[in-house]
Design a protein around this ligand. Sequence first.
Ligand code: F6P
Length: 541
Amino acid sequence: MPLRSRLADCGSWKALVAHRSAIEPLDLRSAFAAEPGRAARCTTIGAGWTLDWSKQLMQRGTMPLLLDLAREREVPERFAAMLSGARLNWTEERSVLHTALRAPPTAAIEVDGSNVVPAVHDTLGRMAHFSTALRNGAWLGSTGKRIRHVINIGIGGSDLGPAMAYQALQPWRTRELDCRFVSNVDGNDLSIAIEGLDPEQTLFIICSKTFTTQETMENAGSARAWLVSRLGEDAVGRHFVAVSTNEAKVRAFGIDPGHMFGFWDWVGGRYSMDSAIGLSTMVAVGPERFSELLAGFHAMDEHARTAPLGSNLPVLLGMIGVWNASVLGLPTLAVLPYEQLLARFPAYLQQLLMESNGKRVDDHGQPVSWQTCPVVFGEAGTNGQHAFYQMLHQGTTIVPIDFICFRTAAHPMGRHRLLLNANAIAQAQAFAFGRTAAEVRAEGTPEPLVAHRTFPGNRPSSFLWAEALTPATLGSLIALYEHATFVEGVVWGINSFDQWGVELGKSLAVDVIKGLSAPDAPSTHDSSTDALIRALHAKAT
Ligand code: F6P
């Protein structure tokens, strides 16, 4: 793909910056009063999801200008190029084809002249065979006992997606076994996960694209030692399987490649939960529900590919992100799922958005002069309301918000869903319209308290909702954010698919490990690093 021009040189970008000055200060109360049809105009539906973006800090003319920018940055052309296997991840010379993971078996998507779809479905078939055997007790441990506990060991994209999906899909999971997730190199993580477990009934899935990641390999080694100390070396083959692209390393670890589930270098770690990295998800919910999850992803892929820009959910969500971060200069994004089953979704999105677009140089290697990825954080509603919403309502930083809701619930708990959704809707209303000093006074509030009880409003939010959380709507929600992240990266002119920023800390840790192992050896570290090594070595021993 040719290098893009710089964003700052685009006519539509300059028009947007001018538009911002022209419409400020934007007041949502006035905007809603002036346009009774604003909510209808700013509501868009696709792939089972409805997005109400009417409470963004925009005027009628704002979105058309944002769509002009999307066109000038060639978002549709770039999306088509990604779908067809172009090497968009040019700093690592890789295609970006997570969409092939959910393509139907009849699709043909080529990388280096060969169709990757048959291999995707071959792996799905092997995963289904293994998952079914584990779920129905055909796959037994080395002593003939049924597996009751599955422990996924991985980190980043090899953990966050599977862990998030396991929680999200609780209503559909088998009760014949449970899944646990170990990611942190802190031994507390593994030791708590295996506490009280019978090794004869425990199976480990070692998930690592590279099979070299320090944390995962340390945890895998300790899990292996735990199992071998109780069941002997020969048990490893029945209690360990791997998900990786690195067969040589998997074999060296002692896992039979016949028990390895592969994927490909064109699947980025943070885009991999619908590859074999989702093996624990399939084990938990079964192959049929996993197919529904993939169908949900694919439905959003198709919506993103075919819907006109003005009614294209990923384009709208992505361009809202560009508006808030780069034009309005708002440096954060709160993702607030009003759904307990999505409690891990904000953490999942942190990697998806921040590892993808947390970049400061563009295609040309030039520092950007616009803000790229916001700081992403969040918490399931209503818990967040009793923690950090105070700052969102009355703090000095304006935090754009994505609310996520479902009309119905899988549980039978009476009014709970009504109360939950009422809270979400009321919060969005409060953020947008606030409460003026005059209104506070009219309630009879004593004058010294008026300022404290005033809400400024004009705090932007989007409201995303679907009928119910199902495997399919979960898949389409994730694909929505994947593609919105793509749209933002294209507009910003950055490579959303590499992650060089994680390398420095990893390589420096090699020397620090040596230092902590031999603190009296001569060192060339700075004085602070040396002091910390000496202090923490003393504590560690
Ligand atoms: O954090 C860096 C990273 O490379 C992520 O992109 C990836 O998801 C994670 O590490 C785990 O990598 P692996 O699957 O190779 O162990």
